[in-house]
Each structure stands twice: as structure tokens, then as C-alpha cells.
Design a protein around this ligand. Structure first.
Ligand code: CMP
Length: 137
């Protein structure tokens, strides 16, 4: 069993579609090991996205991610990292395949509704950024 990290981003929480997204996650066979709603400070968003700190979109991304609450989750199933990325769809909703969460709900390349770890190394950083071992059940 593999664990991955997921965020339901501010654009989705603001539109009250958290439940619809969680429904899609559970229907796809993921087990939710941990879940919580947080209002990130901008510095917390910057720490989470530090790998993108040189990108031109970094400041806007961190402003967006600290605009209103997010829901963070740890998801588990076999090949969870790849399967969650498939269910999310491409980063830019305009390029995402039909049936993916970003195609259905994404607003723009920045406000793309959900985040997922892109590798085991990313998951190993992202999961403990938000969850202690005791919070994963
Ligand atoms: P995410 O999967 O959370 O990883 C980094 C985020 O940066 C990405 O989703 C988008 O929200 C955002 N992002 C990536 N590329 C761009 C871009 N070209 N312009 C604006 N935002 C971007």
C-alpha cells in the first residue's frame, strides 16, 4: 500500500464542492488515512511549495493558497501517487482529460482545484509537513 498527499484548494472549498471531490476520491478506491481543514498562512504555503520558489508564479500561487481554507488529506491504495495524479488530471485544466477532477472543476492553471504529490520523494516531504504519525489511521 502506498500513501500520497492531497489538497482540496481554496477555489474548491470556496465553491462548496469539497464533498463532491471527496466522493470521487472514495469512489476511486482510496482510503482516507488523515483529513483536516486548515487556513494556511502565506509563509506556510511558501514552505510547502518551496520547490517552486524560483518560478514566476510562486508569489501568486502562495497568495491563492492562503486566500481561504484548504482541506488536506493523506490517501492510501496501491500505486496511490500515480492513481491520484490520474484522477486529478493535467495541471492546466484546459489540457486535462475528460472525467478528471481538474477538467470538471478547475478554474485555471493556478486555481486548479486539487494538488497531489508527484513522486514518492514529494510525498515523503508533503505528508509530514501537515500530519503527524498519530494523525494517520
Ligand atoms: P500543483 O499541482 O499544486 O503544483 C504547483 C502549482 O502551481 C500547480 O498545481 C498550480 O496551482 C500552480 N501552477 C503551475 N504552473 C503554473 C503556471 N504556469 N501559472 C500559474 N500557476 C501555476
Amino acid at each position: 500500500m502506498e500513501k500520497t498527499f492531497a489538497i482540496i484548494k481554496p477555489d474548491a472549498v470556496e465553491r462548496n464542492i469539497t464533498g463532491k471531490i471527496i466522493d470521487r476520491i472514495e469512489a476511486a478506491g482510496f482510503r482516507i488515512c488523515g483529513i483536516k481543514k486548515l487556513f494556511l498562512a502565506k509563509a506556510e504555503a511558501e514552505g510547502f511549495y518551496y520547490v517552486h520558489k524560483e518560478r514566476p508564479f510562486f508569489n501568486d500561487l502562495c497568495t491563492f493558497m492562503s486566500r481561504s481554507p484548504v482541506v488536506v488529506m493523506v490517501l492510501e491504495q496501491e500505486n496511490a501517487i500515480v492513481k491520484w495524479r490520474e484522477l486529478m488530471g493535467a495541471t492546466n485544466p484546459a489540457n486535462a482529460e475528460a472525467g478528471t477532477i481538474r477538467k470538471e472543476f478547475g478554474v485555471s492553471i493556478e486555481e486548479n482545484t486539487v494538488h497531489g504529490s508527484d513522486s514518492p520523494e514529494s510525498a515523503a516531504f508533503e505528508i509530514p509537513y501537515f500530519f503527524s504519525q498519530l494523525e494517520l489511521v
